[in-house]
Design a protein around this ligand. Structure first.
Ligand code: ADP
Ligand code: MG
Length: 288
């Protein structure tokens, strides 16, 4: 591409709210065949709300919620914020807090050992989840993120949060399909939850249960012949944004994501990806 056409192309893109941070990206994006999306905050709004709390025999709702929220008050995960908001009011102090990235959290509250997180955390800590596994499966199939809470080593509750998809996600994904692109989603969430969300917005392929450090390897599994773009917003998306042929950051995302990306979308949604691809193709068509 000539410097002039790239300049015109990046200018046109900027008018559409798409910032190409490197001229190269304009060229590379035109040749991409797969667009991989982060789930939380990219496909979904990224502001989950607590929707369900199902108790195991012998546990009290207010007590369990208070203990769990006290632990989550120490975490910065969007799931944690949803639980703290739902609990409301003042919370007990949590000590000996540990966060297991991609698994969940643990702390001591009011003399109790409290563990909150995914089934894989409970498995690792030897907590028997059988009494609530059916509830968890039902909630995950509905597209909610279901977590287990254990108190003093005993399963106490399943807690679900729901993070609705952005209103524009389905329309943008349909437009990407119309451009002949494959659309995939990568998430640390469970497969059942991820598949329900993928169905809702028309995503072709899902890679779920991915630990943050596994996102880069997941991209290599998805890479098509024409190259791959990754769209994300979070701190934990930075390595994937840097690794993809074209990293696209949602402008409302974290600074770390924006700095790692080749392209930044001013809008907070996926229609910016459609505009970015359209501009890149138009520029490259004019040059060839
Ligand atoms: P994603 O970025 O796709 O949401 P994460 O790697 O952040 O994935 O989290 C993966 C899973 O780990 C979550 O779906 C949840 O089950 C569990 N988890 C992570 N952080 C917390 C937390 N603060 N409280 C409870 N569970 C958590
Ligand atoms: Mg995200």
């Amino acid at each position: 591409a000539t410097p002039t056409s790239i300049m015109v192309g990046t200018g046109r893109a900027a008018e559409l709210g798409v910032l190409f941070r490197k001229g190269d990206a304009l060229q590379q994006l035109s040749g991409v065949s797969v667009v991989a999306l982060d789930k939380t905050g990219t496909v979904t709004a990224g502001r989950p709300e607590l929707t369900d709390l199902v108790l195991a025999e012998g546990f009290d709702r207010a007590e369990v919620l208070a203990l769990v929220a006290a632990v989550e008050a120490r975490s910065e995960h969007p799931i944690a914020e949803a639980i703290v908001r739902a609990a409301g009011g003042s919370l007990a102090e949590a000590g000996a807090f540990t966060s297991f990235t991609g698994y969940g959290v643990r702390a001591r509250v009011a003399g109790h050992e409290v563990l909150v997180g995914a089934d894989r955390l409970m498995a690792r800590e030897g907590v028997e989840i059988a009494p609530l596994a059916g509830e968890e499966a039902r909630l995950a199939a509905a597209g909610r993120t279901a977590l287990y809470a254990a108190i003093d080593g005993r399963i106490a509750a399943v807690i679900a949060v729901s993070d609705p998809v952005k209103p524009s996600s389905a329309e943008a994904i349909a437009a990407l399909h119309g451009m002949g692109l494959q659309v995939a989603m990568i998430t640390g969430d469970k497969l059942e939850t991820a598949e329900a969300i993928a169905r809702e917005v028309g995503i072709d392929r899902v890679i779920a249960g991915v630990l943050p450090e596994g996102k880069v390897a997941a991209l290599d599994d998805l890479r098509g012949e024409g190259g791959l773009a990754f769209v994300g917003d979070g701190i934990n998306d930075a390595p994937a944004l840097a690794h993809a042929d074209v990293g696209i950051a949602i402008g409302t995302g974290t600074d770390v994501a924006i700095e790692s990306a080749d392209v930044v979308l001013m809008s907070g949604d996926l229609r910016g990806v459609v505009n970015a691809v359209a501009v890149s193709r138009a520029v490259m068509r004019n040059i060839r």
